[in-house]
Design a protein around this ligand. Structure first.
Ligand SMILES: Cc1cc2nc3c(=O)[nH]c(=O)nc-3n(C[C@H](O)[C@H](O)[C@H](O)COP(=O)(O)OP(=O)(O)OC[C@H]3O[C@@H](n4cnc5c(N)ncnc54)[C@H](O)[C@@H]3O)c2cc1C
Length: 496
């Protein structure tokens, strides 16, 4: 069948969709990024319903109307791959994107992208989805070859669920049969009135932000990183390779407070200090001040102290990009568009995936939003399988986080850690960070709930999800007495 015929068939066809679902949200619904607890949830499985799509023309500006994805990020790229695998993309799928390039592996932006020019930094098209999971590199041509219509640099600004239409910022009117919202997150910003928009102040969410930061790093001497989470730690590590005077400022007692124990954080902080990075902990920013050239020149702390900086990178978290889809249903506890375990929103035919989705985290019986690429990939796949097949299997996600820093050429110490599961309960730490260290989270029933490993082999990293998924009962005393990380992992493995 030619692409045109397929398109015609698609226009005549209807998109499978699902009925409303209902579930009771936990009173203290939980986000992985916020912590908390949750209660039971009831999910009504769907009977399937079909939606018709307007025929060709009709005053709409998209040719492919059966399936529309809003957002051209990580999750959208993986969703597109699943449509192609099912032979359901050509002439049927349209992606509406705010960015000027096709979906890419966003984590690269604070890693290989920030290498100095002489160290072969990562650049597009090198890290388009789905290279991060070993798939084909989905360049602009890949989308064309697969008959996927992509509208670039034209964000959706309005949505009408009754008429199944979208309006973009350039005024285009789009029609959809089924809609997948994958708008991700926006970086949280410091208010303009305290200098959050000064030249030299950077936020990093997309390639344009990363380009702007790289251009500042090339001229920078003194940088201040605000925030001790992923973005702050990755950018500070990159700044070491540029030999910049770097200070990290954050309000908590230690870095990565939502995941790391104080002891674990101390090991990483020492490594950063050995690389010349300074820490100002327990500090709040009062304002960022500009110099005579109008660019940022210093950060003023609430205690009145002043830290000079010609470049400031703000990594203080992100907010789910729910606009203009608020009417679809925003979760009041964790933010984001509420979905069930098949990524269906409360509006039939509309789905949400990736960072923006507030979904039931089945194994811990709570509602979560997960801002990590592994979930973006898996939720995209699960959602499209739901849409295109009769799958009714509930998404059963095992939380997984990782980071890789100091990986540049000439680095004396590469860092690569992975975490699986839930960081609740008592902790047992094994290893001396030379280079390995492991932390085990164990609950009051002696069940292993979460496990963290630095510098593991691929076989050791491969064991972590098995442990976190099965939650075996472990002998705490034995783990504490383990002579090495390898021994500790063997003890945990033997409990499986
Ligand atoms: C700098 C950085 C480093 C990261 N590093 C890691 C890491 O090391 N490990 C890890 O697991 N995760 C990491 N993450 C998180 C990971 O990248 C995200 O979880 C993942 O990108 C989420 O995919 P998504 O498709 O939901 O959102 P995104 O990839 O953010 O894509 C959303 C897209 O939607 C677009 N959009 C928004 N609103 C609209 C609209 N109205 N109309 C059209 N388009 C719209 C956005 O411009 C964007 O292109 C990192 C994120 C960042 C920003």
């Amino acid at each position: 069948m030619t692409s045109a015929l397929r398109r015609k068939a698609a226009e005549m066809a209807s998109a499978a969709a699902s009925q409303c679902y209902s579930y009771s949200l936990s009173p203290a619904a939980w986000a992985l990024r916020q912590g908390g607890g949750g209660a039971a949830r009831v999910v009504r499985l769907p009977s399937r319903r079909r939606f018709s799509v307007a025929a060709a023309g009709g005053g709409y500006d998209n040719e492919n109307r059966e399936y529309v994805i809003v957002g051209g990020g990580n999750a959208a790229g993986y969703a597109a791959r699943t449509f192609v695998e099912h032979g359901m993309a050509d002439g049927r799928l349209c992606i509406v994107s705010k960015e000027p390039v096709p979906p890419y592996e966003r984590p690269a932006l604070t890693k290989g992208y920030l290498f100095p020019p002489e160290k072969k930094p990562a650049r597009l098209p090198g890290f388009h989805t789905c290279v991060g999971s070993g798939g084909q590199r989905q360049t602009t041509e890949w989308y064309k070859e697969n008959g996927i219509e992509v509208l670039y640099e034209d964000p959706v600004v309005a949505f009408d669920g009754k008429t199944q239409t979208l309006k973009t910022s350039s005024g285009k009117m789009l029609k959809y049969g089924s809609l997948i919202i994958s708008t991700g997150c926006e970086a949280s910003r410091l208010p303009a009135k305290i200098g959050g928009n000064l030249p030299g102040v950077h936020y990093i969410r997309d390639v344009a932000d990363a380009d702007s930061l790289v251009s500042s790093l090339g001229k920078a001497k003194k940088i201040v990183v605000i925030g001790g989470g992923y973005i702050g730690m990755e950018v500070a590590a990159a700044a070491c390779d540029w030999n910049l005077d770097t200070t990290i400022i954050f309000p908590e007692d230690h870095i990565m407070p939502r995941l790391f124990t104080p002891s674990l954080a101390k090991k990483y902080e020492e490594l950063y200090q050995q690389n010349g990075v300074k820490f100002i902990k327990g500090a709040l920013i009062d304002k960022l001040e500009a110099g005579s050239d109008g660019r940022v020149s210093s950060a003023v702390l609430k205690d009145g102290s002043i830290v000079e900086a010609d470049t400031v990178i703000v990594g203080i978290g992100a907010k789910p990009a729910v606009s203009p889809f608020e009417a679809v249903g925003v979760n009041s506890q964790v933010g984001g568009i509420e979905v069930d375990s098949l990524f269906r929103t409360s509006v039939p035919g509309i789905f949400a995936i990736g960072d923006v989705a507030a979904f039931p985290l089945k194994m811990y019986n709570r509602i979560a939003r997960v801002e990590h690429v592994d979930h973006a990939r898996k939720s995209a796949h699960h959602c499209v399988e739901t849409l295109l097949t009769s799958q009714t299997k509930a998404y059963d996600y095992l939380p997984y986080f990782y980071s890789r820093v100091f990986e540049y050429e000439g680095s004396s110490r590469k860092v690569w850690w992975q975490f699986y599961g839930d960081n609740v309960g008592e902790t047992v730490e094994v290893g001396n960070f030379d280079p390995k260290i492991a932390t085990f989270w164990i609950d009051s029933d002696s069940r292993l709930k979460g496990v963290f490993l630095e510098s593991g082999s691929s076989e050791e990293f491969g064991l972590l999800p098995q442990l976190a998924k099965s939650q075996p009962i472990v002998d705490k005393a034995k783990l504490k007495a383990a002579a090495s990380v390898e021994d500790a992992l063997d003890i945990a493995r033997s409990a499986l």
